[in-house]
Design a protein around this ligand. Sequence first.
Ligand SMILES: O=C(O)CCC(=O)C(=O)O
Ligand SMILES: [Fe+2]
Length: 384
Amino acid sequence: MSNTKAERRNIILGDPVPWFGLPVLTGGSFDLQASAGRWVVLSFVGSLADPRAIAEVGELMHLSTSFSEDHLVVACVYTGQPSQTDHLAAISSATLSFLADPDGAVSRSFGAEGMPRTVILDSMLRSIADIAWDHPQGHANMVRNILQSLPAVDDSAGVPLFAPALMVPRVFSFDICDFLIRFYETQGAVDSGFQFDIDGKSVTLSNWRLKRRSDAAVGVPEVRELIRDHIVRRLIGPIEQYFQFKATRMDRYVVACYDSEVGAHFHRHRDNINAGAQHRRFALSINLNKDFEGGDLLFPEFGRRTYRPSEGGALVFSCGALHQVTPVTKGKRYAFLAFMYGEEDVAKREANNTRLHAGELQYTSGRDRLFPEEEQPDDLSSVA
Ligand SMILES: O=C(O)CCC(=O)C(=O)O
Ligand SMILES: [Fe+2]
């Protein structure tokens, strides 16, 4: 989303900054929302032709090499149309990227019009520093001092951080867990794709750098019923009690497997960002086994603490939360995965059908009901 109409705006320290997406000069794209959960350094350097821009970027490049990508990332934002990008490809890294802001709209929205500057964000994408090139103590000097003084994200709040996730043990019995693992092994699984938005519409593509997992969709009515029944009896209550949300719909019943043999993992993402996924409210992960290493959930905005549901236990979290699954390093992690939402989201989901690329599964309300007995036959509901 390149915000072409953005007005000039000054950053208010402490406030969240606007999310944006921009192309990376060396290929791919940068999404600010997916970069949360670490210190983010946005350096608006103006035109690549400016010799000072080259000098400032040199300083940032040097600095970026001393940090890990879980701690800090630097993105240098250029305006105009840079012609030579080969040397940028050579110095790009996990902690340093170069973004194209051809019409300067994003730079303007960060107050960088006229005076290049570096804005530093915390793990929740709120600005903690705004350093202009004309800073009296020197721009590069100030940036260096700040970056070197930043604590680990885990220590950045001054108190221990916990993700707003609900852990509910014993939703599935061990027998159901074993049954679902056998179901996965006998039914056969397919490579699990990652959703991208292309031209405003969502499409599922395979990208093993972002996600490596195999999924078996649960289509058999009796198995779906077994799952639905346990979720309704054991999980809907706690979700309502602790999150004040009545989940009445659930979809994407999948048994997933993360296999250490292929370094299975799921990179940082949010579940409700894509055009066709905005109806999703809560994500549900139920682990089906425990004999594996790695494969933990992590919510980077709340530090590097990891979360692992017990065998048969559920972890429920907001689809708006940034999360990732760490690589499985030993054995296989099996999990039942689904998304939950409510009656008010059905219309949104139906409308989202037009925001799915051809070939994506179109939604029809019905099979996602958690309380099918409450379904009103159409002919009755239309009787005045
Ligand atoms: O493996 C998990 O527990 C979470 C998977 C996930 O984040 C997703 O499918 O969107
Ligand atoms: Fe997810």
